[in-house]
Design a protein around this ligand. Structure first.
Ligand SMILES: C[S@@+](CC[C@H](N)C(=O)[O-])C[C@H]1O[C@@H](n2cnc3c(N)ncnc32)[C@H](O)[C@@H]1O
Length: 356
């Protein structure tokens, strides 16, 4: 089995690109807001400063609504005077400048019209402890845990190893994902206060359908086009492996015992939903395949572009090659417009015990 040679996972495309190209993720987050409100209503509160952590914030735009919602619901319970700390975390390579600009300038920022809210950020992987034990009332975690802590394997036959035809390659992904999920839950459980809640939303798959077939399939075909044109070597094709994968319900539930407990956490809610297709309505109305292609190219490039760039030999003109790749990808999408089918898991976890 080909061993992974590339392990540096890059954050999202910078300079606010992710903020401008993540309406799919925003629409997915909206499906979890009612559950998140319920979490804010039921979390145990004493007289302390409230602590909300946004694990994997990226450039922050998609965090504004969930964090505003949490502050609003918590302050109905405590009064508007209660201080709230909001901590956004992401990888050190994240574009934190865009996050802080969004906080200060976006009309939807949770800072607008409020006082006594103290935002800050941590640039460190969440596969390490990020907060002192027992500090966090509410944890928000959206669209991040599909990223593995490391790339366990390079796939010679796909950009996404979970789609490889080689069973051992797919098994390496499943194993890494299982290890990461357990580790993430153990760490977050330590950080939560007893009675705290963690909401995690991430790409999922059904037993018979993985989702993302159209977009991931065309990205792989665009990579193959570049190999045919002599622009990527076989070695580069092997290295271009983006370590993300969806989880099945069985993967989500695996660490939990029959009564639903793991590491002091209890599953309060877990479901897999069909994700909204945010661009299809516009396409049906306008028939503008080029625009549809542009929208989905932006989304795919926002999350995978920097990791693909890191996989290309640094002596080559990486920026030009990545531009070429996503240009070909966009042409392919425009020539073959489809509805984007995808699934999302929404999981609400409760730290067992009472802090008050
Ligand atoms: C697709 S973005 C999601 C951003 C935002 N939460 C949303 O809902 O749109 C995924 C984010 O997860 C971050 N991420 C991936 N692995 C991580 C890790 N090990 N530790 C912290 N953040 C990580 C990436 O850097 C990226 O910013």
């Amino acid at each position: 089995m080909p061993e992974a040679v590339s392990s540096a996972i890059a954050a999202m495309e910078g300079h606010g690109f992710y903020n401008r190209n993540s309406s799919m993720q925003a629409a997915g987050n909206a499906t979890a807001l009612a559950l998140w409100e319920k979490a804010a209503q039921s979390v145990d509160l004493g007289k302390e400063t409230l602590v909300i952590v946004d694990y994997g914030s990226s450039q922050g735009l998609n965090s504004m609504e969930p964090i505003s919602t949490a502050i609003r619901v918590l302050r109905v319970r405590t009064g508007d005077e209660r201080m709230v700390e909001v901590i956004h975390t992401d990888l050190p390579s994240n574009d934190f400048a865009s996050l802080f600009t969004t906080l200060n300038e976006d009309p939807g920022s949770y800072m607008v019209g409020t006082s006594g809210i103290f935002p800050s950020a941590i640039g460190r992987t969440y596969f390490e402890p990020l907060m002192p034990p027992g500090r966090v009332h509410l944890g928000w975690n959206s669209w991040t845990i599909q990223w593995m802590s490391r790339n366990p394997v390079d796939a010679p036959d796909h950009v996404f190893a979970v789609r490889s035809r080689v069973p051992e390659i797919r098994a390496a992904v499943i194993e890494q994902q299982a290890r990461d999920w357990r580790h993430f839950l153990e760490l977050r459980s330590r950080e939560l206060r007893p009675g705290g809640r963690l909401l995690s939303l991430f790409p999922a798959r059904q037993p018979d359908r993985m989702g993302f077939e159209w977009l991931m399939g065309e990205l792989w075909e665009a990579v193959c086009d570049m190999r045919r044109d002599g622009l990527f070597s076989d070695h580069e094709i092997l290295r271009i492996t983006v370590p993300t994968a969806p989880r099945r319900m069985a993967d989500i539930q695996a660490p939990f015992s029959e009564d639903g407990h793991f590491a002091g956490l209890e599953i309060e809610h877990a479901e897999i939903l069909e994700g909204p297709d945010v661009h299809w309505g516009d396409f049906e109305r306008t028939g503008d395949a080029a625009n549809l292609a542009l929208c989905w190219t932006g989304m795919m490039r926002a999350f995978s572009g920097p990791t693909i760039m890191n996989s290309i030999d640094p002596v080559r003109n990486r920026a030009e090659l990545v531009d070429d790749l996503f240009g070909r990808f966009a042409n392919r999408l425009a020539a073959n417009p489809q509805r984007h089918e995808h699934f999302i898991a929404v999981v609400l976890l409760h730290k067992v015990g009472s802090a008050v």
